[in-house]
Design a binder for this molecule. Structure first.
Ligand code: CUA
Length: 355
C-alpha cells in the first residue's frame, strides 16, 4: 500500500514534468517502482521500502510526541505559577541515541548487502559500451562491432553490462550520469573512467533514458531510449546491423537528399558505407530505425526531422550542430527523407509499450 502510494506519487510528478511539453516524444510511464522490469529495480525498491518504513516510524513517533506534549501541557489560563521545571532524563537520552543508531546500522547493513549484490557481474552478460557526450549518448556492441547512437536495442531476459564513460581521451567531455528510469540506474559517466552497471531486462518495451547529472544547458534534453525486444527480434537486428548496406537510392528526391547529406552532414556524421564522420557526433547509420529525433527529444517524423536539420540549436540549445539557414524546407525535407531510408528492414520499434 505504502509502496503503491509512493510509486504513484513519483509517477504523477514525473508525468506532470513530461506531459507539460507537448510535441515531445512522451507517453512514458516513468516509474522506479516498476518491479517487473528487472531484479535490479526489485532490489532497490526493497531497500527504499525499508528506508521509507523507518522514516515513517520516526515521523509518527516524533510528530506524535510533539502533538501529545503541545496538547497535554497547553496553557489553560488557570496557572498560578511556572510549572515544575525538569532538567535531563537519562533514560530518554539513552533511548533517543540508541534507537536511531540501531536504525542507521540496519539501513547501512541492508544498503551494503544490496550494493554488493548489484555490483556482481552476471555470468554471460553482453557488454554495451556507453559513451556520453554533450548532449547525447553513443552505444557500442563490442561483440558484434555495431555502433548505434541514441537508442539501445536489447534482448529480453539476457544479462547486460553497461560500461559507461564520458568522451574520449582525445576529445574530453564533462561528467554525465546514465539512468534508464523505469529499469535501472544510476551510474555516472566520468571522463577517463569506466563505471559498470549490470541488469537483466525482464520486460519487453521501450524504456526512457535520461542524463541525471547537470552537464550544461541541454542537460534535460540529453535523453535516449532502450528497446527491449524478443531474442528473435534482437537476432534480426544484430544480423541486419552487422551486414548493413545502405539501400540503393534511385528516386530523384532521395538522390538529392543524399547529395545534400554528403555536402552538409557527412563531414560530421558517420553512416556506415556512406560517410566517415567524427566520433563526437551521432552515428546516423540506423536512423530510419529510431523512434526519436534530437537524441530522444521528439518523435521521429519527417516534420520534426526537417525542423531539426534546419535549426537544431534553436530546438536544443547548446548543441554542437549548427543551424542550416541556407537549406530550403525542401532541401531539409529531402535530407530527412534520405535519412529515413537508412534502416534495418523488417523492424518496427514504434509500437512497444512505453516505460
Ligand atoms: Cu549529460 Cu546531464
Amino acid at each position: 500500500m505504502l509502496q503503491r502510494g509512493l510509486g504513484f506519487t513519483v509517477m504523477f510528478i514525473l508525468g506532470m514534468v513530461f506531459a507539460a511539453e507537448p510535441g515531445q516524444a512522451g507517453g512514458y510511464t516513468l516509474n522506479i517502482w516498476n518491479t517487473q522490469a528487472s531484479a535490479y529495480n526489485r532490489e532497490v525498491v526493497g531497500l527504499m521500502t525499508w528506508v521509507l518504513a523507518f522514516a515513517a516510524l520516526v515521523f509518527v513517533v516524533v510528530t506524535g510526541a510533539l502533538i501529545y506534549v503541545v496538547v497535554k501541557f497547553r496553557r489553560t489560563g488557570k496557572e498560578t505559577s511556572e510549572p515544575v521545571q525538569t532538567h535531563g532524563n537519562d533514560r530518554l537520552e539513552v533511548a533517543w541515541t540508541v534507537i536511531p543508531t540501531i536504525i542507521v546500522l540496519i539501513i547501512f547493513g541492508l544498503t551494503a548487502q544490496s550494493m554488493f549484490k548489484l555490483d556482481r557481474p552476471p555470468p554471460g552478460a553482453m557488454v554495451v559500451e556507453v559513451r556520453a557526450w554533450q548532449f547525447w549518448w553513443d552505444f557500442y556492441y563490442p561483440r558484434y562491432g555495431i555502433r548505434n547512437s541514441s537508442e539501445i536495442i536489447l534482448p529480453v531476459g539476457r544479462p547486460v553490462t553497461f560500461e559507461i564513460t564520458s568522451g574520449t581521451k582525445e576529445i574530453p567531455d564533462v561528467i554525465h550520469s546514465f539512468r534508464i528510469t523505469s529499469m535501472v540506474g544510476t551510474k555516472d559517466a566520468i571522463p577517463g573512467v569506466i563505471t559498470r552497471l549490470h541488469v537483466t531486462p525482464e520486460k519487453v518495451g521501450s524504456f526512457y533514458g535520461q542524463c541525471v547529472e547537470l552537464c550544461g544547458i541541454s542537460h534535460s534534453n540529453m535523453r535516449f531510449r532502450v528497446k527491449v525486444v524478443s531474442q528473435e527480434e534482437f537476432d534480426r537486428w544484430i544480423q541486419g546491423a552487422r551486414n548493413f548496406q545502405p539501400a540503393p537510392v534511385a528516386d530523384p528526391d532521395l538522390l538529392r537528399g543524399k547529395a545534400l547529406f554528403m555536402q552538409q552532414c557527412a563531414v560530421c556524421h558517420t553512416v556506415q558505407g556512406v560517410s566517415r564522420g567524427v566520433i563526437n557526433n551521432p552515428d546516423l547509420t540506423f536512423f530510419g530505425n529510431r523512434t526519436t529525433v534530437g537524441s530522444g527529444m521528439w518523435p521521429n517524423t519527417p516534420e520534426f526531422l526537417t525542423a531539426f536539420i534546419k535549426d537544431s540549436p534553436g530546438m536544443k540549445p547548446g548543441i554542437r550542430m549548427p543551424a542550416f539557414p541556407n537549406l530550403t524546407d525542401e532541401d531539409a525535407r529531402a535530407i530527412a527523407d534520405y535519412l529515413m531510408t537508412l534502416r534495418v528492414e523488417g523492424l518496427d520499434f514504434t509500437q512497444l509499450p512505453r516505460y
